[in-house]
Design a binder for this molecule. Structure first.
Ligand SMILES: [Zn+2]
Length: 254
């Protein structure tokens, strides 16, 4: 029988399977994203209790199945439940979106310790205080960095040349992977434009992460949100359902 691994794992998603089982998507520091089969998790709450809920941090025991693919979840105890998130719809929407984004950006069994640490830090922050737009933007940028997709913000994404300073509005091209210089921008007429304040905010959040996520003026927050949405949806090829939920629940947050 394959060895059991004791891992800390964040629950990204839990799906019912048949009459009695559940399949959970987990994010671990060591093994990245895993899909694990929880036998009897629907039929009997005895074995897993309420542990298999999204955003829980589990102390889990997992067994790799021969042939790869699904793992078997042998046991799971809640190491952190983030109870304050669960009492607030806006925080639930943010946490669900963050988990969904993390799940969508990575392949299974590819270690992304930075992404794991970032998601855990965001959940801790949401558990401690109400949701803020800048924290979500910092999470999006950090998740893009952790998965090698961070947009180029300091120089032209196409030619590497210098970017015009304020008050220029910069072309931000998802196809090219970031800002474009004055010479390259005419080649991307459909790329959205980014004002100087939003460009500064994006750079600061990309560099400083969650620690740099202070309040943003409304128009700057909205611009940063729209640009990152375009960028993420270009890479994902779709809008995440959790993002639609976030837009409904917290239009200022989305
Ligand atoms: Zn250029």
């Amino acid at each position: 029988m394959p060895t059991a691994h004791k891992l800390h794992a964040l629950v990204l998603q839990a799906t019912d399977h048949g009459e009695s089982d559940r399949v959970v998507a987990l994010l671990t520091a060591e093994r990245g994203k895993l899909a694990a089969f929880a036998h009897g998790a629907r039929a009997s709450r005895r074995r897993f209790g309420g542990a298999l809920e999204p955003f829980n941090l589990l102390a889990a025991e997992l067994r790799e199945r021969p042939g790869g693919g699904l793992w078997t979840l042998e046991s799971a105890a809640v190491a952190r439940g983030f109870g304050a998130i669960r009492g607030d719809l806006a925080r639930i929407a943010c946490a669900a979106y963050a988990c969904d984004l993390a799940r969508s950006l990575v392949r299974e069994q590819e270690a992304h310790p930075d992404l794991y640490a970032l998601l855990l830090a965001l959940l801790e922050r949401l558990d401690a205080a109400p949701a803020e737009p800048a924290a979500l933007r910092a999470f999006e940028l950090g998740a893009l960095r952790a998965t090698g997709l961070l947009p180029r913000l300091d120089a032209c994404a196409r030619c590497g040349g210098a970017l015009p300073g304020a008050p220029a509005r910069l072309a931000f091209s998802p196809e090219d992977g970031g800002f474009l210089c004055a010479g390259c921008a005419p080649g991307a007429p459909r790329a959205p434009r980014c004002g100087p304040d939003a460009a500064v905010a994006l750079r600061r959040l990309a560099e400083g992460g969650l620690a740099a996520a202070g309040p943003l003026p409304g128009p700057v927050a909205a611009e940063a949100r729209d640009l990152l949405t375009r960028f993420l949806e270009h890479h994902l090829g779709r809008r995440l359902p959790s993002r639609r939920f976030l837009d409904e629940v917290g239009p200022m947050l989305g």
